[in-house]
Design a protein around this ligand. Sequence first.
Ligand SMILES: [Zn+2]
Length: 175
Amino acid sequence: MALGKDYATQECSIARALEIVGERWTLLVVRDALYGVRRYNDFLVHLGIPRAVLAARLQALTAAGVLEKRRYQESPPRDEYVLTEHGRGLWSVLRSLGAWGRTIPGTLPPREFRHALCGTPLGVVGECATCGGLVPLEEVEMLPGAGLDPDPADPVSRALLEPRRLLQPVVTEPV
Ligand SMILES: [Zn+2]
């Protein structure tokens, strides 16, 4: 029997979360938003995602309150997508998903994350063992890891080669 579109029979918080983030590409869009990607074209080139799929994912994440659409230019009208407080809560989810992903044989981490204030590598859900507790996203520094392509073709990947903070806006267009 084919799987249904949703999990209507599941009274489970994991199933409810998957209603929002369970589709292909969705968590990668959220990941990029955490890395500071905000603009449609930047998501497009960095993810290599079909246009219609990206538009649908951005629309769904906005409707679910994970992303907030903000107009940054009036003529022509251009919007950018920024994580809401609710959406930022997915950082710990992606952090632990990535930790599990690194246990898959042959996986080299493309990025490393540390607490910018003390230099301690982040724990599995984004906590700092030195300072205690979860590190605020603005204090998370991301650095290139062993698995990162040092010479990527797209401008977003190139912008992400430098050490930077989470949520720091990626700028790829000349101003
Ligand atoms: Zn710390």
